[in-house]
Design a protein around this ligand. Structure first.
Ligand SMILES: [Zn+2]
Ligand SMILES: [Zn+2]
Length: 384
């Protein structure tokens, strides 16, 4: 048995690693050995068994303490799961779900996928939707949102114990949150299984006298206001994660996170393209031909005067750098792009028709010379 690798080395964690780190390392490594990616790989099988064994020992405070002190010798006679002689397929179902057998073995492995050890119940993650204008998306905005999620019970400060009393170590499991049982596994012989302690729900501590406000859960229903800083440059469909602003946890656990889902209202003036804004301008064919000064709206508020020269073509684009949307948590702004659209009239009134016919006649003559005020009349007749 001396050819065994050190359990900490197997899991790739430090000797003083927290339980949470051990669990995380195990879960990550166990996934890497998933049967879907390691079919019929005998090496994967032995590595997985090694992992399972290391995790079982290190995830239990008392077997870990024994291992720390005496190494593998310290585990002799301890009721550990015999992963070595377990069928590989069934072993996988321990960790990756499936069947009653998997359920039992999942417990045997310390409930690695679910309620585990003395890990306290974390708070729920909560999402809220916030709708903002394009200007708010561009320059950032502060919003207060109402978050409907469990709150920390004020009466017991979240401990679940009645004021003046304290949580005490669970006598059923000795504070480990887990208990061991011998059970028959049919064709697989006898197994020692480790399960979540029913007396303390795996927390390792119990309350002698539960708080009458939260009935021992440490949480109460409710909602609260959270102020959210929405950063400049955010885009439609993006989300912000605000750590610890979600639901309150069970006693000793971590609060959940708040996710803020951003919707940006459509703006009739601009189409957003990344950091750029696109504004389109409709010109009459006369304005395009003769030139025109137009006002271009900006997201900053102050419009820009844009002089379009005679002979402006449909699709012509003017670019105003630095007048677009600021980069999210970055520097600089995109551009405002103005795209020209030329509208050809679908219907002409009598005067417009006469003027266009006169224009056609003039341009067909060799040295055409329009009469005084001709183009002023055209301009007036085709006013957009
Ligand atoms: Zn309470
Ligand atoms: Zn217990």
């Amino acid at each position: 048995m001396t050819d065994k690798r050190d359990y900490y080395e197997v899991l790739g964690v430090a000797r003083d690693a927290e339980q949470a780190d051990i669990k995380r390392a195990f879960r990550k490594l166990a996934r890497d050995h998933h049967p879907d990616v390691n079919q019929h790989d005998p090496e994967a099988e032995s590595r997985f068994k090694e992992l399972a064994e290391a995790y079982e020992v290190l995830s239990s405070p008392d077997s870990r303490a024994a291992y720390d002190r005496y190494g593998f010798d310290g585990l002799r006679g301890r009721p550990l799961t015999d992963f070595e002689h377990m069928p590989f397929d069934d072993l996988f179902s321990v960790f990756f779900g499936g069947g009653a057998f998997g359920d039992v073995l999942r417990q045997a492995a310390g409930g690695s996928w679910g309620a585990a050890g003395t890990a306290s119940e974390p708070g729920d993650d909560v999402a809220v939707a916030v709708e903002i204008t394009l200007e708010e998306a561009a320059f950032g905005v502060t919003r207060t949102v109402s978050v409907e999620a469990p709150l920390v019970c004020e009466r017991c400060q979240g401990s679940g114990a009645a004021p003046g009393t304290e949580r005490t170590p669970c006598t059923q499991c000795g504070g480990s949150g887990r208990i061991r049982r011998v059970s028959s596994m049919g064709g697989f012989g006898q197994f020692i299984q480790t399960g979540t302690c029913d007396a303390c729900a795996g927390r390792g501590t119990v309350v002698a006298e539960p708080c009458d406000e939260c009935h021992g859960s440490g949480r109460v229903r409710g909602s609260r206001d959270v102020t959210v800083e929405i950063p400049a440059g955010i885009d439609d469909g993006q989300r912000l994660r605000i750590g610890g602003e979600g639901g309150a946890p069970g006693p000793g656990g971590r609060a959940g996170d708040l996710y803020v889902l951003i919707t940006v209202q459509p703006d009739p003036r601009f189409v957003r393209d990344g950091h750029d804004l696109i504004h389109s301008i409709d010109l009459t064919m006369v304005q395009a031909a003769l030139g025109e000064t137009v006002e271009v709206p900006t997201i900053d508020g102050e419009p820009i005067e844009l002089k379009l020269s005679p002979g402006t073509q449909p699709g012509d684009t003017r670019v105003f750098r630095g007048r677009g949307v600021p980069a999210l948590r970055g520097r600089g702004r995109g551009a405002l792009k103005v795209v020209i659209n030329v509208v050809v009239p679908r219907h002409l009134d009598r005067e417009q028709r006469e003027l266009l016919e006169r224009f056609a006649q003039l341009t067909s003559e060799e040295n055409y010379q329009p009469e005084d005020g001709f183009f002023d009349r055209v301009r007036a007749a085709f006013r957009s």
